[in-house]
Write a protein that binds this ligand. Structure first.
Ligand SMILES: [Zn+2]
Length: 159
């Protein structure tokens, strides 16, 4: 009986690959090796962060910006019953060159999603009726149509 168990144990043992067998036999050594590797890795991580601090900062800035944008879109969708995705807005943002349609102010610090033809005037939530504008333009545009606001904007500039 015992002999049989031994056989099973042995066959299981030999079923293991050499690396695993080595590790099981040398647990202590292995733990020590892992500890050293972790320490080395931590040192490497610190080094990496130091060397790439600018890149990491930039990546974090982009992440924060993106998430701020996602939150804005989420809030907008919630308030307006729309279903714009971050991708939709990204496409608009890129196609507009990242500036307000009216005053050309960079929209890095945020934007308003504006209906080109206001909903009050029969405009839809269709993406073709949507563009991104700065807060100032959106608030002064109110329920004006795109053409009306452009005219209004021109008048202000030439005042
Ligand atoms: Zn503007």
């Amino acid at each position: 009986m015992i002999e049989g168990l031994e056989v099973i144990k042995n066959s299981a043992w030999f079923g293991l690959d050499i690396k695993t067998r080595y590790r099981l036999k040398n647990r202590e050594k292995e733990l020590e090796r892992q500890k050293k590797a972790n320490l080395l890795n931590r040192g490497y991580q610190i080094e990496y962060r130091k060397r790439n601090s600018e890149r990491i900062k930039e990546r974090r800035r982009l992440w924060n910006e993106r998430n701020k944008r996602l939150l804005q879109i989420k809030n907008y969708n919630y308030r307006n019953g729309t279903e714009f995705s971050a991708k939709d807005i990204d496409i608009l943002f890129t196609s507009q060159g990242g500036v307000c349609t009216y005053c050309r102010e960079p929209l890095m610090d945020g934007f308003h999603i504006d209906h080109i033809l206001p909903k009050k005037r029969g405009g839809t939530n269709n993406l073709t009726n949507i563009h991104l504008v700065c807060k100032r333009c959106n608030l002064s545009k109110g329920a004006k149509t795109h053409e009306e606001y452009l005219k209004y904007f021109e008048e202000i500039l030439n005042d």
